[in-house]
Design a protein around this ligand. Structure first.
Ligand code: BGC
Length: 249
């Protein structure tokens, strides 16, 4: 089916996939999640990538969200994956392995695209900022439906800090430093207020694994613009990846 595309969301901990109907933004198969190998090198990622294809009995176009800056299919950074990825053309790499057409974009941009079209941002005008909270902090900026790619706002430095913001306010920071929800919530609020001053969004969407736990930290978010959890929760990255491949292939 022309409208069906396999969406794969590669993260530092999991590689998730499902077949997506790109007209409706719905997953039409169960989402399958495999572990991201460690170290997460280009070679090691081939097996789970191919397993996702086989488990979905897929043959066709593939869209893939990837946790790094991605320009024209080439990974340019590797904060939460192996550095061997830097300068690798991820599209060519996965196309060679699968024999199928693959398009790759930044994982947060994928989630932002899906949420802007089908999720919490649907019908909203102006500037939407999506932050994915996971192993890192990913960002997507969408203006009137158009993504401004690779914004990387989780890599800003907050005042008085010597490490980038994602080391202080990501879900990994919460887990690794055993932070209570109030402690982490205040840190995340500090990050959001800083970002608000840089990009002045009209609406903020929070995605990633802990979007479904929004109730546990929403009371610590104190900002003048509306903030909502991702409507598609952690499936936004899969849907956006498929949507991107649909547009580009
Ligand atoms: C990476 C981003 C990515 C985010 C979420 C960050 O460490 O630099 O490119 O979007 O993690 O995976």
């Amino acid at each position: 089916m022309e409208n069906h595309i396999l969406g794969i969301d590669i993260g530092a901990t999991g590689m998730k996939g499902a077949i997506v109907d790109v007209q409706s933004g719905q997953l039409i198969t169960e989402r399958i999640k495999l572990q991201t190998p460690h170290p997460a090198t280009p070679e090691a990622m081939i097996d789970p990538f191919m397993d996702l294809i086989k488990m979905h009995e897929w043959s066709g176009k593939i869209g893939c969200g990837f946790p790094a800056i991605v320009k024209n299919g080439v990974a340019l950074t590797a904060s939460n994956i192996d550095e061997a990825w830097i300068n690798v053309n991820a599209e060519e790499w996965f196309e060679k392995a699968s024999g199928m057409k693959v398009r790759v974009l930044n994982d947060a941009d994928a989630a932002g695209m899906a949420e802007a079209y089908f999720g919490a941002g649907n019908g909203k005008e102006g500037c939407i900022l999506l932050i994915t909270i996971g192993s890192g902090l990913g960002s997507a900026l969408i203006y009137d439906g158009q993504i401004i790619p690779n914004t990387e706002l989780g890599h800003v430095y907050l005042k008085g800090h010597t490490e980038v913001a994602e080391k202080y306010a990501s879900n990994n920071a919460r887990k690794n430093q055993n932070l209570e929800w109030d402690e982490w919530g205040k840190r995340f609020n500090e990050f959001l207020n800083h970002i608000e001053r840089i990009v002045l969004p009209d609406f903020i969407i929070l995605g990633g694994g802990i979007s479904k736990r929004f109730d546990l930290y929403k009371e610590y978010i104190d900002i003048d613009i509306p903030v909502a959890p991702a409507a598609m929760l952690n499936n936004a990255g899969i849907v956006g990846a498929a949507l991107y491949a649909f547009q580009k292939l």
